[in-house]
Ligand binder design. Structure first.
Ligand code: NAD
Length: 338
């Protein structure tokens, strides 16, 4: 076993603490080499420090370079920007990695897609303003997007490198270069350059985002690794989560040069918080991605296989049509590890 890594753990809000308990118990049983440095974020941090992402939590992530994050409720009406967007900017987390793999029989049987979303540029830079038209100060809204060659190159290179490392067959570059000829044309142009370095090793193609969305719901097996710009990635990553059973199963990683933050894609689920019935799978699979990230893919695979075996045996939480509580489900996954 590799030596233990100190990891910042943010249990988060709503169902966060419940699923965090389940996830840490399963990872411990799997022998994951993590020691947790527990820190506050979200509403839990607002109550204690008056801000949703306290300096102590940021310092901990900077020191450890690795974090597992529960869902954070965005405090309404306080004017705080999204904590998630702020963390991406703070740590330069340029790659948002979202795998989607069929775990429970559903609409599709064989989905196995990794989507890579550029995480720092595009329309998410927040350069927008209103323009007065006549008496209406909000008569017009203007937004600017920024994509750079450097930003495109590092995420596209990340996609090709991941394809090589994981023995994937194809990278699909998704864009809208027919209309946003410059903003997303630069992404396609950069992909053509980067792809030259992988000739003979990884195949690639490109698709316009609207056509890609249609093909994804018609036949997701046509896709392997997808790499795209920030907003298209935001939309398509939820779409692929829907193809494989929804939010309770969707993990994500935000990767930068010096830090990486792994999380469930879903939010704090206030409607079921405190009831002990939340599905911890998404956050658990985020933990498995973190194991891959530190080079311990064997333990990551053990966790994923135990999840698969548990779901196949019919032990499921309510969101997947089952009756198991969070604790019953976690106990079943732990039993399946053995
Ligand atoms: P949500 O993802 O919390 O919930 C949507 C629906 O999915 C709810 O019915 C919920 O019960 C269900 N659900 C979500 N996760 C589940 C799980 N693990 N097991 C079982 N059911 C689950 O989305 P929302 O209600 O729009 O947002 C609630 C709060 O979470 C908001 O404050 C929002 O800002 C925040 N949020 C945080 C993140 C994050 O931290 N990454 C992401 C999305 C939303």
């Amino acid at each position: 076993m590799s030596s233990s890594r100190l990891v910042t753990l943010i249990p988060g809000d709503g169902i966060g603490p419940e699923i965090t308990d389940a996830v840490t118990a399963i990872l411990k049983a799997a022998g994951a080499p993590f020691t947790w440095d527990v820190q506050l974020g979200g509403v839990a941090a607002m109550d204690k420090y008056g801000e949703p992402m306290p300096q102590a939590t940021i310092d901990s992530i900077r020191k450890n370079g690795l974090a597992l994050k529960g869902p954070l409720a965005t405090p309404i009406g306080t004017g705080f920007r999204s904590v998630n967007v702020a963390l991406r900017a703070e740590f330069g987390l340029y790659a948002n990695v979202r795998p989607a793999r069929t775990l429970v029989p559903g609409r599709f049987e064989n989905v196995d897609i990794i989507l890579l979303r550029e995480n720092l540029e595009g329309f998410y830079v927040g350069l927008e303003h209103y323009v007065r038209v006549g008496d209406d100060p909000h008569g017009m809204a203007i937004a600017q997007g920024i994509n750079t060659k450097e930003g495109a190159r590092r995420i596209i290179k990340y996609a090709f490198e991941l394809a090589v490392k994981q023995g994937r067959k194809k990278v699909t570059v998704v864009h809208k270069a027919n209309i946003l000829k410059m903003l997303t044309g630069i992404f396609l142009e950069t992909a053509r350059e980067v792809a030259k370095d992988y000739e003979g090793r990884v195949a690639w193609d490109d698709r316009i985002v609207d056509a890609a969305a249609m093909l994804l719901v018609q036949d997701p097996t046509k896709f392997d690794v997808i790499v795209t710009t920030n907003m298209f990635g935001d939309i398509l990553s939820d779409l692929i989560a829907g193809l494989v059973g929804g939010l309770g199963l969707a993990p994500g990683g935000n990767i930068g040069k010096d830090a990486a933050i792994f999380e469930a894609v879903h939010g704090s689920a206030p409607d079921i918080a405190g009831k002990g019935i939340a599905n911890p799978t998404a956050m658990l699979l985020a933990g498995a991605m973190m194991l891959d990230h530190i080079g311990d893919q064997a333990t990551g695979d053990r966790v994923r296989n135990a999840v698969l075996a548990t779901l196949k045996s019919g032990v499921k939480t309510g969101d997947l049509g089952g009756k198991a509580t969070t604790k019953e489900y976690a106990d079943a996954v732990i039993a399946a590890l053995k």
